[in-house]
Design a binder for this molecule. Sequence first.
Ligand code: 5GP
Ligand code: ZN
Length: 115
Amino acid sequence: MSTDCLFCKIANKEIPAKLVYEDELAVAFEDIKPVAPVHILVIPRKHISTIDDISSKDTEVIGHLFQIARKIARTKGLSERGYRLTINCKADAGQLVFHIHLHLLGGRKFTWPPG
Ligand code: 5GP
Ligand code: ZN
């Protein structure tokens, strides 16, 4: 837990969020400013700032985030049409919150390459 971290506070329920899933390792909640009909953030309870801070000990929890994302995608009816999973890393990618999070985006078509 990082005391100043917004997403640690959401994981600890010190700040409210619309939770869609939680277990001992991870939490998923709706993005406050959705950019798609489905926009959910999946985070580890452990504070990991960026992709560059993932250690070999975190392999299980990072894989777990993807398992959670695909289950939520299925419950939201996205499995057939598809969806996008994104992790922004640092400034050039537009990372704003420095607690690693997987964006689950779906319900519309996305362009490639991203802007
Ligand atoms: P990043 O740019 O770091 O990849 O994405 C951060 C995401 O967190 C953004 O999509 C933003 O809308 C979302 N976000 C920022 N603050 C809050 C908050 O207080 N609650 C929730 N639910 N989402 C937030
Ligand atoms: Zn944190």
